[in-house]
Design a protein around this ligand. Structure first.
Ligand code: C2O
Ligand code: CU
Length: 484
């Protein structure tokens, strides 16, 4: 109560001071709704938070027009106020939903004390819309930028800044972009499940450094909020849409599609439950239903799971999995409990229409090698011995299908991510996957060799990097240029 009162006061002050000085106040965006207040109390079963959708301000069915306002945000963890950054006053940011073929137009208002951008992770956008300040400037504080692109692929994507990425993502700037296809069945419930860990940047606090704007905001803050907040965020467990171990009540007999997104800077997940029905990966539906024992999700990775609710509760848990080589201890912590209500019978799986396609055959030549090296000693992480931005740029032709081999000779696993293009997985240590597997983020284990078939269909200079954000910042990032 006490804290929610303070946050309302504080957010109102933010609204007044920013609205008056920047004249950038957009229409139609709800502000100051502290959805996460008191939500994070480890050990309790708070209700599952359905991430609020973005408001589509364009009446055309072919256009999704949305405003995203990035600004400092006060929220509450275990009863203590913590400052973060948020889109539209919510963590995770609003879920954008579109249909295949829609134009997505997002106006970003930067009301942060820092420059920022939005990157559309996994979506094939034109290079000018990719949100990478490599050849284009970032959006300065007080400025806005319109991102516009057509979504061609159904699937679960996410958005996050690509400027000072580690800090801005850790502070709470991320959200989901769901692209639906009319050809897929609609389950009774369809939820994004954004998983995150906290305090990954400086270890003990999510406080951003005091920029000029931040300084102004601080003057209006109650003293207790400006003091060291005393929460070691590293001790917080994973949050599920901002809540530790929530509970989701669903009528027995109903079907659900859960879209898991790992938004952590460096935390791995190994999801497990009574029965996993893995239906979708980074780039939409899998080629066949997969029922693995666990699903490993590195930072940036996504997995869609079908849940068929019968009379028994379903607990989705997470084995402690580390980048230093996988499952390190027996700990299996509950992430999300699904509690059935009523006595409906467990339904059958939905007719997803899997393609059943087998993988392409590996042509056994290699166009590009990426050798991953580095270790925590010295903190340098490299691709082909180079530390970003001191890199050489490889070129591939638009429409070609180059074969890439990645070899991980470093001391940790790495979620390898390509901008601007997806890829098909040809093999891992020589073994092809059972079915066609299209991804944009793939975990490469220690000593593993992975062969991929890239699908570059947009020209531009595209980032290729490890999605463990301290590794990307430590140099494990390069550029692949796609030319006509
Ligand atoms: Cu999720 Cu370079 O991005
Ligand atoms: Cu890495």
């Amino acid at each position: 109560m006490k804290h929610s009162h303070h946050s309302i006061v504080w957010l109102t002050l933010v609204g007044v001071s920013l609205g008056a000085s920047c004249r950038l106040e957009p229409e139609g965006v709800p502000f100051g709704v502290d959805k996460t207040t008191a939500a994070i109390t480890p050990g309790t079963h708070a209700p599952f938070v359905k991430v609020a959708p973005a408001v589509d301000t364009d009446p055309s069915p072919n256009v999704v027009a949305v405003e995203l306002v990035a600004r400092p945000y006060l929220w509450t963890i275990g009863g203590t106020a913590v400052m973060g950054y948020a889109y539209n006053g919510q963590i995770p940011g609003p879920t954008l939903t579109a249909e295949v073929g829609n134009t997505v137009r997002v106006t970003l208002y930067n009301q942060l004390p820092d420059p920022t951008t939005v990157h559309w992770h996994g979506v094939n956008v034109p290079i000018s819309m990719d949100g990478v300040p490599w050849k284009m400037p970032a959006v300065s504080p007080g400025e806005s930028f319109v991102y516009e692109f057509v979504v061609k692929q159904a699937g679960t994507f996410w958005y996050h800044p690509h400027f000072d990425t580690g800090k801005q993502v850790d502070l709470g700037l991320y959200g989901a972009l769901v692209v639906n296809s009319k050809e897929q069945p609609k389950p009774d419930h369809d939820h994004v499940v954004v998983l995150d860990t906290w305090g990954e940047v400086d270890g003990t606090s999510a406080f951003p450094p005091l920029g000029e704007l931040w300084g102004i905001l601080m003057e209006d803050m109650p003293a207790e909020h400006t003091a060291d907040h005393g929460v070691d965020l590293r001790t917080l467990k994973w949050t599920v849409n901002g809540v530790v171990h929530p509970e989701l009540k669903v009528a027995a007999g109903e079907t659900m599609r859960l879209r898991f997104i790992n938004a952590s800077n460096n935390g791995y997940l190994e999801l497990n439950g009574p029965e996993i029905r893995h239906i979708g990966g980074d780039q939409g539906l899998l080629a066949a239903l997969n029922t693995p024992e666990t699903i490993v999700l590195g930072p940036g990775d996504r997995a869609d799971v079908e849940v068929l609710v019968g009379k028994d509760p379903i607990v989705i848990s997470n084995y402690s999995y580390s980048m230093y080589g996988g499952r390190t201890s027996g700990d299996n912590m509950a992430l999300l409990t699904i509690v059935p209500e009523g006595d409906g019978k467990k339904p059958d799986g939905l007719p997803w229409g899997f393609s059943g396609k087998k993988p392409q055959e590996d042509p056994l030549f290699t166009d590009l090698f990426y050798v991953l090296t580095g270790s925590n000693e010295g903190g340098l992480w490299m691709i082909n011995g180079e530390v970003f931005p001191e890199i050489s740029i490889s070129k591939v032709a638009k429409g070609s299908r180059p074969i890439v081999e990645i070899r991980n000779l470093s001391t940790t696993e790495h979620p390898f991510h390509t901008h601007g293009m997806a890829f098909e997985v040809l093999s891992r240590n020589g073994t092809p996957p059972a079915y066609e597997t299209i991804e944009d983020t793939i975990n490469i284990r220690i000593r593993e060799s992975v062969r991929l078939r890239l699908m570059p269909d947009e020209v531009g200079e595209w980032m290729v990097h490890c999605h463990i954000l301290p590794h990307a910042h430590g140099g494990m990032m390069t550029v692949l240029e796609v030319v006509e």
